[in-house]
Design a protein around this ligand. Structure first.
Ligand code: ZN
Length: 150
């Protein structure tokens, strides 16, 4: 099989994206990144729990796998933005049942996680743009509401 490669002699991209590996979300997240954030190309750092990994990693340890992946984006690929994404019903956090399926309670928790992760990243990478995104799952309507948070 041969596949067209569009990046010959191109080694830079505008952003790294840390999001959960969950198969249910990555395609929609790709649409969001392209449509809302105008990110056509980005390093995809796919890890269970998304932003949870930022909180648990050591950003000052270059051998930490999360830190190493982020640094590849920033240093090697010269990205100036990192997007961190959490989603509702994330198995890495125990899923929606941990919140008794209370959508607002779960969202508040994730917004707090994302705020903490964003603050930690800004402290370590003050010259980079950090964007935090929450993917809310509306089961009844089979819809995702995806939005960035402050
Ligand atoms: Zn997840």
């Amino acid at each position: 099989m041969q596949v067209k490669f569009n990046f010959t002699n191109q080694h830079h991209c505008p952003a790294g994206v840390v999001h959960c590996e969950d198969f249910r979300f990555w395609q929609a997240i790709g649409l969001y990144l392209r449509g809302e954030l105008q990110l056509d190309h980005y390093d995809l750092i796919s890890l269970a729990g998304g932003g949870k990994n930022i909180l648990s990693c050591d950003l000052n340890n270059a051998e930490d796998i999360v830190t190493k992946s982020i640094n590849v984006s920033f240093d090697l690929h010269q990205a100036n933005t990192l997007v961190i994404i959490n989603h509702r019903d994330c198995g890495a956090y125990g899923g929606s049942q941990v919140f008794n399926h209370d959508r607002n309670k779960e969202m508040d928790f994730h917004l707090d996680q994302l705020s903490q992760a964003k603050a930690k990243l800004i402290a370590r990478y003050p010259d980079k743009k950090i964007i935090a995104v929450y993917v809310n799952l509306n089961d009844e309507k089979n819809l995702l509401d995806i939005s960035s948070i402050d």
